[in-house]
Design a protein around this ligand. Structure first.
Ligand code: BYC
Length: 312
């Protein structure tokens, strides 16, 4: 780990002050590099682990059209993981190291993917609420200070907006259906609403990483600001299709022009990110198993590369 010279520190700070992107070969403080590796690798792991709850419904999608769209969405998530692992690799960590950290429980992934997908409506709720929340966070991250991360976000956001509409379409179709279908959609809404709000991270007064993240312009808006933006957008979308927000305390605040919500269960959030959510064990076991099963593919690909074969 090289300590920056005074001139290098000045160069880095001047670029940050001018809102210019930091690029892989630029001098950067060690803390900045480590902070980014943590966040980008956790973001990548989230995309990849996020394929599991959706994959649960590929064979049971209610039509060929729904199945094709779901498959395309899951493939997109895999692609997002790849852009993000590549962005993190520019900071001097290998993909193997990132995966080892995930498997050892040292790297987190988004809390949201530790909840089960019990019905087809959950696929709608994930697309609409989870991808919807991800977009709000990621649009903000397009302005992050690290060039490769920022550019990955631009590309990812374009695809996420299609995902969000895919989910909303499923919810709208169910809400236009039978009493049983409407109940199924509402049940999914009831189970996914609070976990989706907690995706934005802990409240601002309990967010230890935010201070550095703001100084280095990695984070451009706070957890609570983004959470509120998502709430304001989503309440109206729910109303249009007749879904009820599962929060008896929620009300529109005339003074602030925002929706106020009731308390969230942060104890549950911390349990989930500690590994004690409903599906943590299942998600990690599956990831490790598939990684081990795929070892021969990685070995064969590496040997082929060493023998001079270029990927197609
Ligand atoms: N889940 O100080 P804080 C998708 C951790 S996937 C788990 O506020 P920060 C999709 C946090 O890491 C989209 N852990 O941290 C894919 C920290 O612990 P460590 C995923 C969380 O970094 C498939 C501690 O709590 N998006 O779209 O300033 C299908 C304190 O938090 C969570 C991203 O990853 C959480 N929800 O802010 C469908 C976005 N929240 O690391 C959809 C990129 C907090 O110190 N990440 N923690 O051990 C970020 O924007 C920020 O890292 C966060 C947290 C806003 C999440």
């Amino acid at each position: 780990m090289a300590v920056l010279t005074e001139a290098q520190t000045e160069f880095f700070e001047a670029k940050i002050a001018r809102d210019e992107k930091i690029e892989p070969r630029d001098p950067m403080p060690e803390g900045y590099r480590v902070h980014l590796i943590r966040q980008i690798s956790q973001h990548a792991h989230s995309e990849v682990i996020g394929m599991q709850p959706e994959g649960n419904w590929v064979t049971r999608a209610p039509s060929l059209r729904a199945k094709l769209i779901l498959l395309a969405k899951i493939q997109d998530e895999c692609g997002h993981g790849l852009y993000l692992y590549s962005a993190a690799e520019t900071l001097g960590i290998s993909r193997d190291e990132m995966l080892a950290q995930l498997h050892a429980g040292k790297a987190k992934y988004s809390s949201i993917f530790n909840y089960p997908t019990l019905t087809w409506a959950d696929i709608g709720a994930i697309g609409w609420l989870v991808d919807g929340a991800a977009i709000v966070n990621q649009v903000s991250l397009q302005r992050t200070s690290y060039g490769p991360y920022s550019r990955a976000m631009v590309r990812i956001c374009k695809e996420e907006s299609f995902h969000q509409r895919q989910g909303y379409e499923i919810m709208a179709q169910l809400m236009a259906g039978t009493r049983k279908q409407r109940a199924m959609a509402q049940d999914a809404m009831n189970r996914w609403w609070a976990p989706a709000l907690m995706m934005f991270g802990p409240p601002d007064n309990d967010s230890p990483r935010s201070h550095d993240a703001f100084n280095w312009k990695i984070k451009r808006e706070s957890n609570d600001t983004l959470r509120q933006r998502f709430i304001d957008k989503t309440v109206q979308q729910a109303e249009v299709i007749g879904l009820t927000i599962p929060d008896p305390d929620m009300k529109f605040n005339e003074a602030t022009k925002h929706y106020d919500i009731g308390p969230l269960n942060w104890k549950e959030f911390y349990e989930v990110i500690k590994g004690n959510g409903p599906c943590n064990r299942q998600r990690m076991d599956h990831h490790i198993q598939v990684h081990e099963d795929g070892a021969w593919v990685r070995e064969a690909a590496q040997k082929a590369m060493l023998n001079g074969h270029k990927p197609a």
